[in-house]
Design a protein around this ligand. Structure first.
Ligand code: ADP
Ligand code: MG
Length: 708
């Protein structure tokens, strides 16, 4: 065989073919998650130590941080008061000696032994006349030579050392030299984006001779990861466009004009722009698949309604689907209010107009009423239907579904979207607008929602006074917080108290909410009219409580996160979040969005039980009300794992690429994916790439690529 080696072949090679890997090492590697050569070669160093840049021990300056490369001379361990231990490791490099002291890390005594080479980073101090570092960061280097030493992730349990990994990887790469590695990315793409070839990249990431080489290598390998994800997303997008016939809606008709004219406010320029983007899609021959991103309160509902009305204007229907029944009910209230009294121009009607009909379908609609609704829907007498995702289930038959709006918290599945295809009139696929309540950074949007077009509502309606957010740290501030709540109520305003989040158990959460409710009624908020709202209440009770609050029969709503989305009461100007540090940034932002909806200045107090330690999440909320900024901070703090894991299967293939740091690479990969897919939709002429997608991504990810 003289063909270059593919990743699939590498995956087929057991690690035991490598020099020095017998049964024992094989088992250890397995513990580490490495069974084959591909897994070995894609285990990347977590950092690189440049030997030429190290300080020598004789150069260390007390009080300054430095990295030294040293050999272990001796190790000693001794117990201290209170059952703690201290490990002292004496090290040196020929220019001098130094002692590394580790407190409460007894395992260091086993980790380090005489003759071992280690890189130590820390602040040098003088202690009893000798140099010392306390709890330095240690990287084991073993006996690796070379200018730059790769440091691999370590696992105590798996017992595989970084120098062993480096040795096996070098051995594997050496053995690939004869046939060479296949590079499936078109030469031209590499040239356009200044990418090194794959062989160079693999050598460069594992065994770089300069740090610049390593950077080039990382760029190429991260690009490959992102390209694979983008190829799938872009191919899926194109497949949707290719395979489904959309409805060519007529836009800008009388109905929409009436709707906009009847609004009690002018559209923001962002709303007008986004409605324009949507209309362009609606007119086109392909079904729309568009994501609408907009911060809390940016006015997404108006945009969604405008899109649905375009369908109604042309004799089709609109559907709005929410993730929960409560939200569906809230949307129904909001949309009905927006569409109140709207007349549809109707040539068949004697008077030229008819009343627009909006209905709600949830599990609570049962019996004859449900039958009637379903039959009216099937005969086209309902214009807009609001409900949960169950709307697209079997048994719900639309006369002619034209536009679907999906208000989602979680990703609306590919399968669900496919199910929509069958709901349209005469085999045409309805247009789909997905709204997200949580802004996500652009890079993440391109990766998680890369098969959708994206519109952003980046402007809040005018006349809102910004919400002031404060951290209630300690009893004094808490007193002030409750005082302000009472003052707000005395001034005729209303407020929310959000109870501590208890993720483990719904039941505990409700119990705690009940407790808070009781306590506030007797103590801090005594004399005020309090209401309690939580997820275990029946929909009826919830609705009743919400209505009372809306009608100002309640002053303060004590609630769990059920109020996170959709509650729109402009007279509510105060919010208190208890144990705020338990909530995530996005969640706090959503919660806070329940106030600041009217003209009166609003305030949000974030209470934490530990007044000493600030939480980076609470800090972020205090600093900013900009959802996109907060989303960036969130991504920064949590890493992409959380966004990607649930949302995207290709995530497992993102080992080097970072949604935070690799914006430019994501743009490049997306652009490259479009150029590749548009010239070769099924990748028939790119067998190498296609094979890698099949190898590295899940079946449903590729499905769209290979069906013709
Ligand atoms: P979102 O769903 O994006 O959080 P909503 O659609 O619920 O926001 O709108 C929030 C509030 O802003 C509603 O009370 C709505 O009536 C109001 N609103 C929407 N668009 C405008 C606008 N252009 N000018 C003034 N108020 C608006
Ligand atoms: Mg809304």
């Amino acid at each position: 065989m003289t063909e270059p080696i593919t990743l699939r072949e590498l995956e087929g090679l057991d690690v035991e073919i490598l020099k020095g890997v017998g049964e024992k090492r094989k088992a250890a590697l397995h513990e580490f998650g490495i069974d084959n050569v591909l897994e070995l070669l894609t285990t990347y160093p977590r950092r690189w130590v440049d030997r030429t840049a190290e300080a020598r021990v004789s150069d260390l300056v007390p009080g300054q941080e430095a990295l030294v490369l040293v050999e272990v001379r001796s190790v000693s361990k001794r117990p201290m008061k209170g059952g703690r231990t201290m490990v002292s490791v004496s090290v040196g490099d020929g220019t001098g000696r130094l002692t590394a002291t580790f407190f409460n890390q007894p395992w260091r005594a086993k980790q380090m032994y005489e003759g071992l080479h280690v890189a130590m980073f820390g602040k040098a101090d003088m202690y009893k006349g000798a140099l010392q570092m306390t709890n330095p960061i240690v990287d084991l280097i073993g006996d690796r030579t070379g200018r730059i030493v790769p440091i691999y992730p370590q696992s105590e349990k798996a017992n595989v050392s970084t120098w062993e990994l480096a040795g096996w990887i070098e051995n594997a790469l050496e053995r690939c030299k004869v046939r060479g590695l296949l590079d499936p990315v078109p030469q031209q793409v590499c040239e356009t984006y200044g990418l090194v070839d794959r062989t160079t990249a693999l050598w460069g990431i594992h065994l770089p001779d300069t740090l610049a080489r390593k950077d080039d290598a990382r760029k190429r390998l991260a690009f490959d990861e992102l390209l694979r994800v983008q190829l799938v997303l872009v191919a899926r997008k194109r497949a949707f466009e290719r395979d489904s016939t959309g409805i060519r809606h007529e836009v800008g008709g009388e109905l929409q004009k009436r709707f906009v004219a009847a609004l009690p406010f002018p559209l923001t320029s962002a709303q007008a722009r986004v409605i324009g983007e949507i209309e362009t899609d609606l007119q086109g021959p392909h079904p729309m698949h568009r994501l609408l991103q907009g911060d809390v309160g940016s006015g997404k509902t108006v945009v969604a309604v405008a899109a649905m009305l375009a369908a109604v204007q042309g004799g089709h229907q609109g559907a709005l689907m929410a993730p929960t029944e409560v939200l569906a009910e809230q949307h129904f209230v909001g949309v009905t209010r927006l569409l109140d009294g709207l007349q549809v121009p109707d040539p068949n009607n004697l008077f030229g107009d008819r009343q627009l009909r909006v209905e709600l379908l949830t599990s609570r609609v049962t019996g004859d009423r449900r039958k009637q609704l379903l039959s009216d829907l099937a005969s086209g007498q309902i214009d807009v239907l609001i409900g949960t995702h169950a709307l697209i289930q079997d048994g719900v038959q639309f006369a002619s579904l034209g536009v679907v709006v999906i208000d989602e918290q979680h990703r609306f599945g590919v399968e669900q979207r496919a199910a929509l295809g069958k709901k349209g009139a005469d085999a045409s696929t309805p247009d789909v607008l997905v709204m997200t309540a949580t802004p996500i950074p652009r890079t993440a949007a391109m990766t998680v929602y890369g098969d959708l077009d994206v519109s952003v509502l980046d402007e809040l309606p005018p006349g809102r006074t910004p919400i002031v957010t404060k951290w209630a740290a300690g009893p004094l501030l808490e007193q002030m917080m409750w005082g302000e709540m009472r003052d707000a109520v005395a001034a005729g305003q209303q407020g929310f108290v959000v109870c501590p989040l208890i993720e483990e158990s719904d039941k505990l959460e409700v119990a705690s909410a009940e407790q808070v409710f009781e306590r506030l009624g007797q103590e801090e908020l005594q004399g005020l009219r309090l209401g309690l709202l939580h997820g275990r209440m029946s929909s009826n009770d919830k609705e009743e409580t919400m209505n009372k609050f809306r009608d100002r029969e309640l002053d303060v709503l004590v609630a769990t996160t059920v109020i996170e989305v959709g509650v729109d009461v402009p007279n509510a100007t105060m919010m208190v979040v208890l144990d705020a540090d338990r909530f995530g940034i996005a969640q706090l932002h959503q919660l806070r969005g329940r106030v600041g909806r009217g003209k009166i200045a609003s305030k949000c107090w974030l209470q934490t039980s530990d007044p000493e330690t600030s939480s980076p999440r609470v800090d972020a909320l205090v600093d900013s009300t900009d959802g996109f900024y907060l989303a960036e901070v969130d991504l920064e703090l949590r890493g992409e794992g959380t966004i990607m894991n649930t949302a995207q299967k290709g995530a497992s293939d993102l080992k080097l690429a970072s949604l935070r740091r690799d914006r430019d690479l994501i743009d490049m990969a997306r652009e490259a994916a479009f150029s590749i897919v548009d010239s070769d939709p099924t990748l028939g002429g790119h067998a190498g790439l296609r094979d890698e997608l099949e190898l590295l991504l899940t079946p449903e990810e590729e499905e769209f690529l290979f069906k013709s």
